[in-house]
Design a protein around this ligand. Structure first.
Ligand SMILES: C[S@@+](CC[C@H](N)C(=O)[O-])C[C@H]1O[C@@H](n2cnc3c(N)ncnc32)[C@H](O)[C@@H]1O
Length: 223
């Protein structure tokens, strides 16, 4: 994991270039409203590149992506041109989730869907209250105390800017205009199997499905 200071420096230096690249992509290269199916993954990282999808990330050095863009900005897609947005452990890095959900809604075609996953604040809070320190993982740091393990999971060396709970994500999605908003199950349940296939679900490892580490939410833009 990049040191926080290095990451901040990277975004300071590369931020304007990524913004320009996002504008250029959206203006000249992004798919236009047509019959082709457009599936977009936001933040594939080092291991989760999806062939056949448009993968967007800021990390073009250790990761692989098709579009180099900063997802804190307006998304690099035209209005109503995307069929599916998928992201996994990305949105907790963004400073303005209300803006992000509105951007997803702007770019999706009518009837288009999203599936978003991130650190499960609901389970973390429950496991903290139950005193179950073993549920928390040793990433990025190894901590011994319950509170230390909780903090490590939620804020990830201050890489994460927020705590993701289902009710809050539901509120953000509803305010952005989405319908059919429902929880998914990591690696298993999607309400949109025609868009989110088994290969995508297979990229969502979960060691304790009964109390998942990843919170999944899905929703649809009205047709
Ligand atoms: C924790 S990794 C998750 C990678 C992968 N989706 C997974 O589940 O293993 C977060 C990813 O989101 C990307 N990311 C975070 N903030 C971003 C931003 N502002 N713009 C573009 N990409 C960003 C990072 O570069 C990284 O690839």
């Amino acid at each position: 994991m990049l040191a926080r200071q290095t990451k901040r420096m990277f975004y300071n230096v590369a931020g304007p270039l990524m913004r320009a690249n996002g504008v250029i992509y959206r203006s000249f290269l992004a798919p236009r409203n047509g019959h082709q199916v457009v599936k977009v993954q936001l933040g594939p990282g080092q291991k989760n590149y999806f062939p056949g999808w448009i993968n967007v990330d800021a990390n073009m050095f250790t990761g692989k992506c098709d579009v180099w863009a900063d997802l804190r900005n307006k998304l690099p897609f035209r209005d109503s041109t995307v069929d599916v947005f998928y992201s996994h452990h990305m949105i907790e890095h963004l400073p303005d989730l209300a803006f992000h959900f509105h951007e997803l809604h702007r770019c999706l075609k009518p009837g288009g869907v999203f599936r978003i996953g991130g650190p499960n604040g609901d389970t973390a809070i429950r496991k903290f209250a139950e005193g179950d320190a073993d549920w928390f993982i040793d990433y990025p740091d190894t901590r011994r105390s319950l509170g230390g393990r909780f903090e490590n999971f939620i804020f990830c060396r201050q890489e994460h800017l927020t705590i993701l709970t289902y009710s809050w994500l539901h509120e953000l999605a509803a305010e952005a205009g989405f319908e059919a908003i429902k929880p998914g199950q990591p690696g298993e349940l999607t309400h949109f199997p025609e868009c989110i296939d088994a290969e995508v679900l297979a990229k969502e490892p979960e060691t304790t499905p009964e109390c998942p580490h990843t919170l999944i939410i899905e929703g649809r833009k009205s047709a």
